[in-house]
Design a protein around this ligand. Structure first.
Ligand code: GTP
Ligand code: MG
Length: 371
């Protein structure tokens, strides 16, 4: 199969594409810069031009980093659901996340924790855990999806009972549906005199959200984020939905996951909040993160406390990154520093090639027609 374009191959060797084309001609192959060639031919060209060929499996470049390695069922254990909150402006997304955070029995002291990272976990009284993404809004959700990342298991659609379905409510429904993520409706502000929860249920019908009262199977809960009512029911609904989804992961393997947030911080360097999707991430692990790489120098949980490891669905802040990952990037632990470097550099070249071909295609085609 054709694996690489002439242009890309030239870029990787920092050779001119005309020279690659000439070298191909010697082999009896007529190709243009944008044409793709197979790995064997590419290898011949590489050697002809005095370079050493090094093949990297396609799966290494993608998330697999070691080929097809589906986890066997026996190794799977339940993991916490990852929940995102969406809804119209002012309908109470932030208030609801704050209220839910306060119910964390581990954090204890009524909301006395400062938010450090873009995701947090709540441990319920019965010991079960829920992971909340603290990046509400469709932008974050779509930005992640555009990079092929799917970290959200459940969307909580917040609809203010005194305002009902609004444009961004509809947007949120569209996003959740496109991502095939189940929705739980939180009908908020039910403490308000003007609250009309039934109107919300009614209006949602038009957008094909059929809540239980309307004969459907979408869970809905009446809440008040400011009064704190209905929160236990909402948590119950999340756990029920999670159970239906049978969320499981293998914690006993090298970690893989997704970057939720990344930023450069004074004195701390590049810091990323990641969510482990499978495996367990540990201090000292070498990793690739998008086009960046690194070695885990420290892991901090959502309370800002240092931890030695993080398993599936556990959000942690990672220190020790070289490069600049962005939200939605994948990350994976590699067996060695060399491997991390190899993959990161390969990805950087791919990135550069994409940019080069986008801007310089015209000139390269002209160059070709000139020979
Ligand atoms: P944006 O981030 O701007 O989209 O808003 P949001 O959805 O995060 O809403 P936010 O939590 O900031 O709440 C908006 C306003 O509604 C604030 O003044 C809250 O105090 C108020 N509010 C939120 N939840 C409730 C509620 O359950 N009852 C009442 N009465 N007011 C609420
Ligand atoms: Mg908000």
């Amino acid at each position: 199969p054709e694996v690489i374009s002439v242009q890309e191959l030239a870029n990787r060797m920092t050779e001119r594409s005309v020279d690659v084309i000439k070298s191909l001609m010697k082999l009896g192959i007529m190709a243009t810069a944008s044409q793709t060639i197979d790995a064997d031919t590419a290898e011949l060209v590489v050697e002809e031009l005095g370079h050493t060929a090094k093949r990297i499996a396609e799966s290494d470049v993608e998330i697999g980093l070691g080929g097809e390695d589906e986890d066997v069922t026996e190794n799977l254990v339940p993991r916490a659901p990852v929940v995102a909150v969406m809804g119209h402006v002012d309908h109470g997304k932030t208030s609801l996340l704050d209220a839910l955070r306060k119910s964390d029995v581990v954090a204890g002291e009524a909301g006395g924790i400062t938010q450090h990272i873009g995701a947090y976990q709540v441990t319920l009284a019965n010991g079960s855990e829920i992971t909340f993404l603290d990046t509400p809004g469709h932008e974050a959700f779509t930005a992640m999806r555009m990079r092929g990342a799917q970290v959200t298991d459940i969307v909580i659609l917040v609809v203010a009972a005194d305002d009902s379905v609004m444009p961004q409510t509809i947007e949120a429904i569209k996003h959740a549906k496109a991502a095939e993520v189940p929705i739980i409706v939180a009908i908020n502000k039910c403490d308000k005199p003007a609250a009309d929860p039934n109107k919300v249920r009614q209006e949602l019908l038009q957008h094909e959200i059929f809540v239980e009262d309307m004969g459907g199977d979408v869970l809905d809960v009446e809440v008040s984020a400011t009064k704190g009512t209905g929160l236990d029911k909402l948590q119950e609904a999340i756990m029920l939905q999670a159970e239906l989804l049978e969320l499981k992961a293998n914690p006993d393997r090298s970690a893989q996951g997704t970057v939720v947030e990344a930023k450069l911080e004074t004195g701390r360097g590049m810091v990323a909040t990641v969510l482990v999707s499978r495996g367990t991430l540990r201090v000292g692990d070498h990793f690739v993160m998008g086009t960046a790489m690194g070695k885990v120098r420290a892991l901090l949980d959502y309370r800002g406390q240092q931890v030695k490891e993080a398993g599936p669905s556990v959000p942690v802040e990672v220190l020790g990154i070289q490069g600049a990952p962005v939200a939605g990037d994948d990350f994976a632990v590699t067996e060695s520093e060399g491997k991390a470097k190899e993959i990161a550099e390969y990805r950087q070249r791919l990135d550069k090639t994409k940019k080069v071909t986008a801007t310089a295609r015209g000139t390269i085609e002209q160059m070709f027609s000139a020979i």
